[in-house]
Design a protein around this ligand. Structure first.
Ligand code: GTP
Length: 336
């Protein structure tokens, strides 16, 4: 099985972290997000991954110069301008030579961290004779997602992106798809095309789209809260045995308190400081007496003495938070 991983988006919801590093190259625990996604696919038999790149493509290409990631062969293709999700699939399919194999392929959003059983999805896809099959997850508030209505057996009768309330179902598009090559033939070349807004609704109308309802571990790690949550879930043991958050190559003062947090290699946490529910990226410095709560401090950034950084604040790479400053729900530097 080959997979196209969509990793070319701007990641605006994670700015300013994504101004310098594309979303899927941001660290999740101690490895780039893309490695978590690729190893998940590899566990389910994916042998070759095509990275559909655009924004900051060089960050991926320089991280994996040998063309391998998490034991899987990588092929990098770069759009000269963003083609949106379906346009990216069409481009990657042709540019990577996938059209030669003419088989079923997998597509995944690069920020979806999940324990989806791809083999189960493939069984449904084959037995239904589907043109494409989507993974669905049930959520309490579906309004900001693609909402999917299915018939008994899994055929999709409606696919509505970000519906008005009340939504027609609580099952949402979870961002992993199996596709037949004919799907690519539905995507126009030379313009931006969205798989969620254009291709899936058309396929639902044609009766060729199926869906697997599978409530397993699933997080779309594209917002400050969910980007932190995927990491805290690993620390808390919500996905297998709990793992340590503090890198052996970080320096934490014995007089500092670090709780339920990721502190990456080269980071320094000073005396009397408190880091709780947060991620401190490589070589960041938390000075004495500072507090970092439920926030992300980008690599090489500094939180000055006695400063308080709380409530989902994102501190961009190499930014200095002034000593004594208070930041809550902030993004520094501000949006560009
Ligand atoms: P936000 O700006 O925060 O919404 O993030 P995003 O740009 O990543 O958009 P979104 O999360 O909705 O995109 C879903 C997936 O598709 C992500 O993995 C993106 O990287 C990817 N993606 C979105 N647009 C494009 C595109 O034009 N080309 C490619 N190759 N990938 C894209």
């Amino acid at each position: 099985m080959q997979a196209i991983l969509l990793v070319g988006g701007f990641g605006t919801r994670l700015r300013p972290l994504t101004l310098t590093t594309p979303k899927q190259m941001l660290p999740v625990l101690h490895r780039p997000m893309v490695e978590h996604v690729v190893s998940g696919l590899a566990r389910h038999g994916v042998e070759r991954v095509v990275l559909a790149l655009g924004y900051h493509d060089e960050a991926f290409r320089s991280a994996y110069p040998g063309g391998r990631c998490a034991g899987v062969e990588l092929c990098c293709v770069v759009e000269s301008e963003p083609l949106d999700t379906a346009g990216a699939i069409r481009f990657a399919y042709a540019a990577s030579g996938m059209e030669d194999s003419r088989g079923t392929f997998l597509v995944a959003n690069g920020d979806v961290i999940t324990d989806l059983d791809v083999s189960e999805m493939l069984r449904l896809h084959r037995s239904a004779g589907a043109e494409a099959t989507i993974h669905l997850i049930e959520v309490e508030d579906p309004s900001r997602y693609g909402v999917v209505v299915t018939e008994a057996g899994g055929r999709v009768s409606a696919f509505v992106e970000k519906p008005p309330r009340p939504a027609p179902s609580n099952w949402i598009n979870a961002g992993t798809y199996l596709m037949e090559p004919s799907v690519v033939g539905r995507i126009d070349g030379g313009r931006r095309v969205s798989v969620e807004r254009e291709i899936f609704p058309a396929m639902a109308a044609d009766g060729t789209l199926w869906a697997l309802k599978h409530n397993t571990y699933w997080v779309d790690a594209g917002t400050p809260q969910t980007y932190l949550r995927v990491q805290l879930d690993l620390l808390d043991g919500r996905r297998g045995p709990a793992v340590a958050g503090v890198s052996p190559e970080a320096s934490v003062d014995p007089g500092a308190v670090v709780e339920r947090s990721v502190v990456m290699a080269g980071a320094v946490v000073g005396e009397g400081s408190v880091v709780r529910g947060s991620a401190v990226h490589s070589s960041a410095v938390i000075e004495a007496g500072a507090q970092v709560m439920d926030s992300v401090v980008g690599s090489g950034a500094t939180v000055g003495q006695g400063a308080r950084v709380t409530d989902g604040t994102l501190v961009g790479e190499h930014f200095d938070v002034e000593p004594g400053a208070t930041l809550s729900e902030a993004r520094v530097p501000g949006a560009v």
